[in-house]
Structure formats: C-alpha cells, structure tokens
Design a protein around this ligand. Structure first.
Ligand SMILES: Nc1ncnc2c1ncn2[C@@H]1O[C@H](COP(=O)(O)OP(=O)(O)O)[C@@H](O)[C@H]1O
Ligand SMILES: [Mg+2]
Length: 232
C-alpha cells in the first residue's frame, strides 16, 4: 500500500508540474516586459544598473529555456519525429538534472565526438530515456562521484550507428539482478519504483534503438543506446 501512496504522489506531482510551469510563465512574461523596457531606456541608466539589467535578462533566458524544456517534456508525446542533435538534447537534460547532480556533488563529464549526425527520432521519448539513465547513474554514484556521458559514431557491417552512453563508477549491478532490472517493478532502492528502465526499454523499441548495459558489482555501470542510421 505504501508504494501505491508514494507512486500516486509522484504521478500527481508530474501532472501538477505542467500546471505550475504554466503559472510561472505569466509573471515571468511580466518580468521580461519590464526588463525589456529598462533595456530600451538603458542610455539613461548609470552603467552599473545597465549591467544588472543585462545580467538579469540573461538569467531570465536561462529560466525561460528551462521552463520551455520542462513543459515540452511533460506534454503527452506525439509520434512525430524530429531532427535531433544528441549533443543539444543531452545539454537540455543536464540542465534539468543539474540540481540533483549538484546536491550529491556528482560531476558529469560530456565526451562527444564532433559532427555527430542528427537523429530522426521523437525528441520527447529520447529525452525521457536520457533523463532516466542519467538519473540512475547519479543515484548509483557515491557522493562526489563522476559520470561520463559519451556519444560517438560507429560503423558495423556497413550500417552506421550513433551510440550514446552513460558510464558511472558507482554501485554496479549484481549478476543475479541483471536479468531482472529491465522487466519492470524491480528496484534495489528504498525509495525506488523500478519503472524507469522498463520505460526506457519500451521507448527505445519505439524509436528503433537498442538499449544494452554492462555492469560490474561494486565498480560501475554503462548503459548504451544504439541508433542505426537510415541508409541515405
Ligand atoms: N546505473 C546503475 N547502476 C546500478 N544499478 C542500476 C543502475 N541503473 C539501474 N540500476 C538498477 O536497476 C534497478 C531498476 O532501475 P529503474 O527501473 O530505473 O528503477 P528505480 O531507479 O526506481 O529503482 C535499480 O533499482 C538498480 O538496482
Ligand atoms: Mg530509476
């Protein structure tokens, strides 16, 4: 019963977030209007105030992007495909998850090959996969741990793959648990739900990607998402 109560709370929170974000948008627009007005009048302002206005506008843009991303994420996914830059999408995820990482003082390093091809996938689904995997990596890490997110291009049997992976150096997965973790409702966390990876597996199939993982108990885990690119 306890689990259902907690799960219901999370579902509610998910629904409320979208509403909250909408509510935040209105006062934010008012702030933006005022700032724009001050910016227009900047020639009459002392230079230190001018600087404050510019900094505040920059800060506003950061909050605004975050809000648009969260709102975009909470929307019901369509089946639409988009041209997605894995690097830009990873940056969005890292922004959304930065508070969680910071509270555990986990450092996330991004190692991306240059000029990776764009993927033709549903952005929302891919974002949900990335957020789940990065979140799991953070939860598996010790305080002040490190996580590496890599992406590269590989050629196998004349098919080009874009590989995206998160590597953590944390808890690892016991051999006997490896076949259970994707099946859903399996969790080793006291506050876990065991839903994330099942969802990742399902979404990966929907976007025609494959999810695989390697893990050594006590050493760490790597989850990889592999996309086969359409022949052109
Ligand atoms: N990066 C990881 N390192 C170690 N174990 C992991 C990692 N990712 C997932 N797991 C294991 O898989 C289980 C299921 O993960 P998930 O489906 O996301 O649910 P939850 O995170 O709520 O437990 C986790 O409880 C954990 O035991
Ligand atoms: Mg999880």
């Amino acid at each position: 019963m306890k689990d259902f109560v907690q799960e219901n709370k999370l579902i509610l929170l998910g629904k409320l977030t979208a509403g909250l974000v909408h509510e935040i948008r209105n006062p934010l627009s008012a702030i933006k209007l005022n700032l724009d007005y001050m910016k227009m009048a900047q020639d009459d302002l002392p230079s230190d105030i001018k600087e404050i206005v510019t900094d505040t506008l920059d800060a506003f843009e950061q909050v605004n992007f975050l809000i648009e991303d969260v709102l975009d994420f909470t929307r019901k996914p369509t089946e639409k495909s988009h041209q997605v830059s894995v690097s830009a999408l990873t940056d969005k995820c890292l922004k959304i998850i930065s508070t969680t990482a910071r509270s555990k003082r986990v450092t996330i390093k991004k190692e991306f090959e240059e000029d990776l091809p764009l993927l033709n996938v549903n952005k929302n689904k891919l974002m949900q996969i990335f957020l789940n995997l990065i979140n799991n990596a953070i939860e598996a890490s010790e305080e002040k741990g490190n996580i590496i997110i890599r992406s590269s291009k590989r050629n196998l049997n004349n098919i080009t793959y874009v590989i995206w992976e998160t590597q953590d150096f944390g808890a690892g997965i016991k051999s006997e648990d490896k076949e259970k973790i994707l099946s859903g409702f399996f969790t080793t966390k006291s506050n876990g739900h065991g839903i994330g990876l099942g969802v990742c597996k399902k979404l990966s199939e929907e976007i025609k990607a494959e999810m695989i993982f390697e893990s050594e108990y006590g050493k760490g885990t790597t989850f990889s998402i592999q996309f086969a690119l359409d022949d052109k």
